[in-house]
Design a protein around this ligand. Sequence first.
Ligand SMILES: Cc1cc2nc3c(=O)[nH]c(=O)nc-3n(C[C@H](O)[C@H](O)[C@H](O)COP(=O)(O)O)c2cc1C
Length: 242
Amino acid sequence: MNEMIKELKELDEAVQALDPDMNLLEAIAARRSVRGFLDREVPPETMRRMFDIARQAPSNCNVQPWKVYVASGALKDRLRQQMYDNTANGVPPNPDYEYRGDFRDEHRVRQVECAVALYSQMGIGRHDREGRMRAVLRNFEFFDAPHIAFIGMNPEFGTTVAVDVGMFAQTLMLTMVAFGLHSCPMGTMRNYPDLVREAFDVTDGTKILFGISFGYEDTAVPANATRTTRAPLDENFEFRSD
Ligand SMILES: Cc1cc2nc3c(=O)[nH]c(=O)nc-3n(C[C@H](O)[C@H](O)[C@H](O)COP(=O)(O)O)c2cc1C
């Protein structure tokens, strides 16, 4: 047994020695939502290492409330088919957590700009209902990603602790960039949480908040030319000293 632990430790050290050397600012600048992936799986040791790094994210009282279920291979294919079929056939979503999505004022403006940035790259016009449906369905095809992480927590923690889960998610997505991968955070992945619970035998009360599809970017996919902007600093930030 001791021998086995020693071997695992050595293996861990060997994997860590292969960590990429990317600076944090480069990773922040390079991260963006990617919506088209190559048919190429992430090697298992890279997969484990990325999640191992991301779990260093902070959390209230270090409770580490996140629960993460990563689907690959045949399981991912099955979930993709089920979610696609549900969406295409109009099965009503059954999210665990409410998402309002009816933004107003400057938030509505940003929401529309974001949709226009994506849809114009995808060649979808304002009144193209079929095109929009196609774009929605791409979510449930996981944008062809070889892997998808479903991320949840126990709802008893409440909103303030859900913040921790967001911090974990961004840490994970930046780590992925450092390893040459890209991702798309996906609120749409909260639509059919029962399928996730069934696939991963979840019985501990975890409710699904969102998903993250990830893998190697397919740069030939038009949607991946999408670039979003950010509001000027002074719109959302105030710095005062008296
Ligand atoms: C929690 C969360 C949920 C999101 N859900 C979706 C989604 O379901 N589908 C999608 O295409 N993009 C989704 N996005 C991506 C946002 O549209 C994207 O982050 C935003 O437009 C900024 O663009 P960027 O990520 O490329 O910087 C989501 C982002 C977050 C943080």
